[in-house]
Design a protein around this ligand. Structure first.
Ligand SMILES: NC(=O)c1ccc[n+]([C@@H]2O[C@H](COP(=O)([O-])OP(=O)(O)OC[C@H]3O[C@@H](n4cnc5c(N)ncnc54)[C@H](OP(=O)(O)O)[C@@H]3O)[C@@H](O)[C@H]2O)c1
Length: 321
């Protein structure tokens, strides 16, 4: 049976995706994350309900050392036969980090480090070990597009400059707001998916790199840092009605999770590389991401900056350096 690694696969959209991959496609799973108890509980539930193999993998996407250790463990499991193959890597973990700006163990702004840089490094380290038609899906967000209501509500993106994003608020500079940090990290994930797609094609690889927006899904842990009354209101039918009225892209934990599973496993998306998909009102649609996200010069610059920030060594990856 094929296997998918899902970061943040023990909760929210990630767990819904894991469940769909296990029940519908009968895929084996690796749940990768930083909360061992929650991961083991989710893994147990999936084993019992779907009868598939599920292993857990310690991973904090904000830490380069943790990403390297997780990638090494994953590769070791492939080498020793504990995993038969690696067919999909779903870069799903992430969130909005409200409150004062914070920095990762490597000294990088936490939103950029967790949502973007850690997944960039993980993908670079494991891609060479995936099946030739393996799929890498980056979970992004409609908030990356300032021309949409999703982008206007959360905080408009800023220039996707890796060095500046990693060091926002340092040396006395005014930090970006939590909303801008979040939206821009998701724009970076789309630029990264597109750049990976171009490099895969250039190197003759048949692997697939996809960007995915699950739509607004307030019932997950996504809003956990906001005050309790705001979280409560976000989950009401009135808020859902209002969001639809103003044109917010609406997902749901069940449909958005199943959509991510389809992008990983359904033959229909085998030619989805370099594309942007959105879970919108019960439909999984291929659509245009923001104008900025198609800028190849920015994508190449960001890719090079992230190689430096991740301290990527040439021997760590064969993937079109
Ligand atoms: N919900 C929405 O409206 C929405 C909209 C657009 C995009 N998204 C994106 O969808 C993805 C899934 O979010 P969700 O809505 O399902 O929220 P969620 O329930 O909060 O799930 C987020 C997952 O990411 C994990 N995570 C966060 N930081 C991590 C780190 N540094 N290392 C490892 N794991 C980490 C969390 O693990 P812990 O349990 O350990 O915290 C959790 O499993 C995120 O990338 C989010 O940005 C969500």
């Amino acid at each position: 049976m094929p296997t998918a690694v899902i970061t943040g696969g023990h909760s929210g959209i990630g767990y819904s995706c894991a469940r769909h991959l296990a029940l519908h496609y009968k895929w084996n799973l690796v749940l990768a994350g930083r909360s061992p108890d929650k991961m083991e509980k989710a893994a147990d539930a999936l084993r019992r309900e779907a009868g598939v193999d599920v292993v857990t993998l310690a991973l904090d996407t904000s830490s380069l050392a943790s990403v390297r250790a997780a990638a090494a463990q994953c590769i070791a499991m492939l080498d020793n036969g504990e995993l038969a193959s690696l067919d999909a890597l779903l870069c799903n973990a992430g969130g909005r980090f409200d409150g004062p700006v914070a920095y990762s163990a490597d000294g990088y702004e936490l939103t950029f480090a967790s949502n973007c840089l850690g997944h960039f490094l993980l993908a670079r380290l494991v891609a060479d070990h995936m099946v030739p038609t393996g799929r890498i899906v980056f979970t992004t967000s409609g908030t990356h597009d300032p021309d949409t209501i999703d982008g206007k509500l959360v905080g408009a993106v800023v220039e996707p400059d890796g060095e500046r994003l990693a060091s926002t608020g340092k040396n006395g500079s005014k930090p970006l707001s939590a909303g801008k940090r979040y939206s821009t990290s998701k724009l970076c994930n789309i630029l990264n998916a597109c750049e990976l797609h171009r490099r895969l094609r250039k190197s003759g690889s048949s692997m697939v790199a996809i960007a995915f927006d699950p739509g607004s899904v307030p019932e997950t842990g996504f809003l956990r840092a906001l005050p309790a009354p705001v979280q409560w209101f976000a989950k009401t039918a009135l808020m859902s009605w209002l969001s639809r009225r103003v044109g917010v892209t609406m997902g749901s934990v069940g449909f958005s999770g199943a959509s991510l599973a389809r992008l990983a496993a359904d033959p229909a998306y085998g030619n989805g590389s370099g594309k942007y998909f959105q879970s919108s009102d019960g439909k999984l649609i291929e659509t245009r991401s923001s104008a900025l996200s198609y800028d190849e010069n920015r994508a190449t610059k960001l890719w090079t900056q992230m190689e430096v920030l991740a301290r990527l060594r040439p021997e760590e990856t064969r993937l079109s350096a």
